[in-house]
Write a protein that binds this ligand. Structure first.
Ligand SMILES: Nc1ncnc2c1ncn2[C@@H]1O[C@H](COP(=O)(O)OP(=O)(O)OP(=O)(O)O)[C@@H](O)[C@H]1O
Ligand SMILES: [Mg+2]
Length: 255
């Protein structure tokens, strides 16, 4: 069954139309990747799914409810969690405090409760969240002091603390070194294996996409070029054409 459905979505920035007529479903428990050359509209599509961008046409359904007009925070509370292409942390707070804020946001904790027993529960949950991404040893470092790879892990811990049903991951390995990328990819593979999430991954590293995904959607110039199993997409000559001149430039672990 579909957990998230886009029906003929159009999205733009002001009068600048980026995405036209995209229909795409994410099934429960599925791992769907979105690929396409730079500027194809992948991040814009993620923005429409998360509620960061209001579509100018079409409908978005989450668990069969029409959420097209729901703002991002309402969608996040309902279970649509989103990571960003660029890091999004509170740099002066410790790693643990960053995760605590996410736990508090989910639980809707009031200040008075933060001073009580609830505070210990929140702290324990934050510590567990850090352990989940392998950052338990860095809990007391400020987010700013973490390596780029560890910052991305911390963001993932914050995202998971919101207990989302759908995870929207926009280039989680962007800007990572060759040495850093495998750890976060293993984490993402683990999220898939847990069976607790439906995932949408935007990623330029095609070998990763093909290994992890149940289905791959290919964006090109704001439209959905094709979607199918990794094998179907790889065998499609149109996909190769869309990528010519750009895929090789991005087929490394840099930006
Ligand atoms: N804030 C913005 N205002 C105006 N135009 C934008 C904005 N963000 C993106 N665009 C334009 O929308 C189009 C799609 O951009 P988008 O960021 O969705 O592409 P992408 O597929 O995520 O690319 P990349 O692989 O480089 O991340 C591009 O032409 C881009 O220049
Ligand atoms: Mg992008």
């Amino acid at each position: 069954m579909a957990i998230l459905e886009l029906e003929q979505i159009a999205v733009g920035y002001g009068r600048f139309h980026v995405i036209e007529d995209v229909s795409l479903s994410l099934h429960e428990g599925e791992f769907l990747s979105i690929i396409g050359p730079n500027g194809a509209g992948k991040t814009t599509l993620i923005g429409a799914m998360s509620g960061a961008l209001a579509p100018s046409g079409g409908r978005i359904l989450f668990e069969q409810k029409d959420v097209t007009r729901w703002a991002a925070d309402k969608r996040a509370r309902a279970g649509i969690g989103r990571s960003y292409q660029k890091t999004h942390l509170f740099p002066n707070l410790t790693a643990r405090a960053n995760v605590q804020l996410a736990v508090q946001a989910r639980r809707g904790v009031r200040l008075r409760q933060v001073l009580s027993r609830v505070a210990q529960e929140i702290q324990a949950e934050a510590t567990e969240g850090l352990r989940q991404v392998g950052l338990e040893g860095h809990a007391d470092l400020s987010a700013a002091a973490l390596s780029h790879g560890d910052k991305r892990k911390l963001e993932l811990a914050m995202l998971l603390a919101l207990q989302p049903k759908v995870l929207l991951l926009d280039e989680p390995t962007a800007g990572m070194s060759l040495a850093e990328a495998p750890a976060i990819l293993d984490l993402i593979a683990g999220l898939k294996a847990s069976g607790r999430y439906s995932l949408v991954l935007v990623e330029h590293k095609l070998e990763v996409v093909m290994r992890l995904s149940d289905r791959v959607a290919v964006m090109h110039q704001g439209a959905l070029l094709t979607h199918g199993t990794p094998a179907e997409v790889m065998a499609n000559p149109e996909v190769e054409r869309a990528y010519l001149g750009t895929a090789h430039g991005r087929a490394n672990y840099g930006q």
